[in-house]
Design a protein around this ligand. Structure first.
Ligand code: UDX
Length: 449
């Protein structure tokens, strides 16, 4: 079976590489000459653990090829996976431009019966629309069908999430499509769930929106903990022993970012509204997240009347650790705000600095080590829980900064450590530690001597 994957972003490239890894013959297609040149050299255009090694291994084994020549690739395909982006339109709806562009090229190129598999996250009903569209644009008399096969990978663990997926969801309308996809996924040895296309499309949105909701819920509770004097660490620990709640996705912070949760919550909310239904829970998750992004700044405003002229160390830029991706990263609007208010911003991120430079080429200072960013700083904001940041010794912060004020959006440090070292430390959902103001009271109400 000849398999082609359209798109070499996170979803497309990881899908192609993993299909080759389990033994399939795969061609990955992308219009970007630059990306294809890199991939043919065995270099991944995205930062993802294990990906480079698997590209090299499967390319050398002759199981994986990369090309810009979509006509030839599609013409020889039995199955074409589509893993192109579906970014957010201004009104929150999903932009299907790339998906329709690719299926038009497919319709005009295929010369044999073909199954088109949609891995991109698309609104419910899109697979039906795509099938009609392809059939309308076919150049040759071939049988074509569309199947939905949503992707559940998370950045930073994309290879593991795909090779050892929690489940493989297949949305099909015929036995033939079901048989083809089942045989493709057979080597993965993971549970395969078969359903109709609309349900499969919905599984993806419902899963992502549920996780986003879980994060917004815990952020809401964390904010309340601060008001009522509880500690979110103890609260989540107490909750998580209930297996129905679980331990995962209960980390409070400065909101979810990335290429999926922000976009998929808005897209489903928009789609529901189009259908005359208000998805109240998802709407609330979006609202909480928007506000949460600026939680650290509001905390800092209680301590500083203005950021003008202050040196601000920003540690962590990416939307989460283990990726160089900055999409919807809370660091971006926060740095913009700090710059607008006249702060001198020094940033550190172990991987994301290059991408950040594309957004802020000259107005911030890029530091290669956190200590440099902290030197003489008045405020430190932490936006990503990189290991390199969690490993910073708080005594270094105390030594390097002026009176140290640390606003930690990812709860990287134990409160006891901050107390012992004696810094001003504000995190999410936990008591504030006021280390330096002698005579005052810390977050637990103890007198600071
Ligand atoms: C997510 C889903 O996890 C994945 O299944 C889906 O296919 C794509 O979207 P990803 O965006 O790569 O993956 O990252 P994820 O690890 O889920 O984190 C998303 C955001 O939520 C990050 O900004 C992260 O910091 C935040 N988050 C996550 C929290 O704030 N708290 C948590 O407990 C977990």
């Amino acid at each position: 079976m000849n398999i082609t994957v359209a798109g070499t972003g996170y979803v497309g490239l990881v899908t192609g590489v993993c299909l080759a890894e389990v033994g399939h013959q795969v061609t990955c297609v992308d219009p970007s000459q630059e990306k294809i040149v890199l991939l043919n050299l065995g270099i991944s255009p995205i930062y993802e653990p294990e990906l480079d090694g698997l590209i090299e291994k499967n390319t050398n084994a002759g199981k994986l090829t990369f090309t810009t020549d979509y006509e030839q690739a599609y013409a020889q395909s039995d199955v074409i996976f589509i893993g192109v982006g579906t970014p957010e339109n201004e009104d929150g709806s999903a932009n299907l431009h790339y998906v329709f562009q690719v299926v038009k090229q497919i319709a005009e190129s295929i010369t044999r019966d073909c199954l088109i598999v949609i891995k991109s996250t698309v609104p419910i009903g899109t697979n039906d629309r795509l099938e009609t569209y392809i059939k309308h644009h076919l150049k040759h008399k071939v049988a074509v069908e569309v199947a939905s096969n949503p992707e559940f990978l998370a950045q930073g663990s994309a290879i593991k999430d795909t090779l050892y997926a929690s489940r493989i969801v297949i949305g099909v309308e015929s036995k033939r499509a079901k048989d083809i996809l089942t045989s493709i996924y057979e080597p993965f040895k993971q549970p395969i769930l078969t359903m109709n296309r609309r349900s499969a499309e919905m599984v993806k949105y419902a899963s992502n929106d549920f996780l986003a909701l879980k994060i917004s819920f815990i952020n809401d509770i964390a904010n309340l903990c601060e008001v009522v004097g509880a500690n979110i660490d103890d609260v989540t620990s107490g909750m998580s022993y209930d297996e129905r709640i679980g331990k995962k996705f209960l980390n409070p912070g400065i909101g979810y970012g990335g290429s999926c949760f922000p976009k998929d919550t808005k897209a489903l909310h928009w789609l529901a509204e189009e259908e005359g239904y208000v998805l109240r829970t998802v709407k609330a998750a979006i609202e909480v997240n928007e506000k949460q992004k600026f939680k650290l700044i509001s905390k800092a405003r209680t301590e500083f009347s203005s950021f003008h002229g202050l040196k601000v160390a920003v540690l962590g830029l990416t939307f989460k650790p283990g990726t160089d991706d900055l999409r919807e990263a809370p660091s971006i609007p926060n740095v913009r705000l700090l710059l607008n208010e006249g702060a001198k911003v020094h940033v550190y991120d172990p991987v994301g600095a290059e991408n950040f430079k594309k957004l802020f080429p000259t107005d911030v200072v890029y530091e290669k080590i956190p200590e440099k960013a902290l030197e003489g700083a008045d405020i430190c904001f932490i936006f990503t829980e990189w290991e390199e940041i969690k490993a910073i010794d708080l005594t270094i912060i105390k030594e390097k900064m002026n009176e140290p004020f640390v606003f930690d959006g990812r709860n990287c440090f134990p409160l006891e450590e901050a107390r012992e070292v004696g810094i001003n430390y504000f995190s999410i959902g936990r008591p504030h530690v006021k280390g330096m103001r002698a005579g005052g009271r810390d977050g637990d109400g103890f007198l600071v001597s």
